[in-house]
Design a protein around this ligand. Structure first.
Ligand code: RIB
Ligand code: CA
Length: 306
């Protein structure tokens, strides 16, 4: 059982990743969710995270994290997720989830009190994780592992050089990749291979009816349109790759490399710069995935959700 602290900037793919984690209850225990500034501002990512957590029956606490990056100005993902960050979905009045305060303090205490047991998963800018690492000398070494979505060994998606989660807080990413903790990273090199295409969409439509199916199809209606208009492609399952990895690591292929982040250049700010393959490096970069197996994990989770 993977025990995770799940740090999210809930937009559409974060929401799918949260649902996947909820559906894979035999493999993953979400100890808590921390909403952070990223795709949209913290007030909206928190609202989206609370709504999705309740909709998929996650009983874990939901906390707020950072409302801005360590140093740079705030960014946002623009049209991909819409103004709310989760456009296309309307939630009913929320019943049981409530925000329980600052997730960074909670994460530090949880990890220090359970050394070697907890994996910190970040699928938005890594601000909260970087603060945890800097705030307590024993935090990094008490983590079991770090799993993140972010970076690219090729072109970026936020700028020509930088992938959005890194671009959102380059200084935080440099701290995380060089914390000394084993980092499993899902960069664009692998996440761009996982496309929710018409075939998968049709498969979802043919699944038995459920509340979650309604929620997923309504969020996909907006998300597919936004991706086709802004990216000329169907949506990529960036954040869900982290959850599929935790449930079934063997479906991914990795290269072990050192990673540094450009924090000085205006032109390439947020670019991830990787070394040659190095057996002593601390970062495992996802480079390939068995797509059939990924979607098997996705639908296994989907069928567990009501
Ligand atoms: O580059 C993709 C990442 O940026 C994903 O985490 C998506 O949610 C956005 O935050
Ligand atoms: Ca995200």
């Amino acid at each position: 059982m993977e025990k995770i602290i799940f740090d999210v900037d809930t937009g559409h793919d974060d929401a799918i990743a949260i649902a996947m984690a909820a559906g894979l209850k035999d493999e993953i225990e979400v100890l808590g969710l921390i909403a952070t500034n990223g795709n949209v501002s913290l007030d909206r990512t928190l609202e989206n995270t609370l709504n999705v957590a309740e909709a998929v029956g996650l009983e874990c606490p939901v906390f707020y994290g950072s409302d801005k990056p360590l140093l740079r100005d705030r960014v946002a993902a623009g049209d991909f997720h819409g103004k709310s960050g989760l456009d296309g979905v309307t939630f009913g009045p929320r019943k049981k989830q409530e925000c329980k305060g600052n997730g960074i303090l909670w994460a530090i205490n949880s990890v220090l009190n359970n050394p070697g047991e907890i994996t910190f998963v970040s699928v938005g800018p890594y601000t909260d994780l970087a603060i945890c690492i800097k705030a307590h000398p024993d935090f990094a070494k008490s983590l079991k592992r770090i799993v993140v979505m972010g970076g690219s060994m090729g072109r970026g998606n936020a700028t020509d050089s930088a992938e959005f989660n890194i671009w959102g807080d380059p200084e935080a990413a440099e701290i995380v990749f060089n914390s000394g903790v084993e980092v499993v990273a899902m960069p664009l090199d692998v996440t761009l291979k996982v496309v929710l295409d018409e075939k998968i969409l049709e498969q979802i439509r043919c699944e038995k009816e459920s509340e979650y199916k309604k929620l997923l199809l309504s969020q996909l209606t907006f998300y597919i349109k936004a991706n086709l208009e802004n990216n000329n492609s169907m949506p990529h399952m960036h954040d869900p790759c982290t959850i599929a990895y935790l449930a079934k690591p063997s479906i991914f292929k990795f290269e072990r490399r050192n990673v540094h982040v450009e924090t000085k250049s205006q032109l390439t700010y947020g670019r991830t710069v990787t070394s040659e393959i190095d057996d002593n490096a601390k970062v495992l970069l996802g480079v390939d995935v068995d797509l059939n197996e990924f979607w098997n994990v996705f639908f296994k989770s989907f069928r567990n959700l009501k």
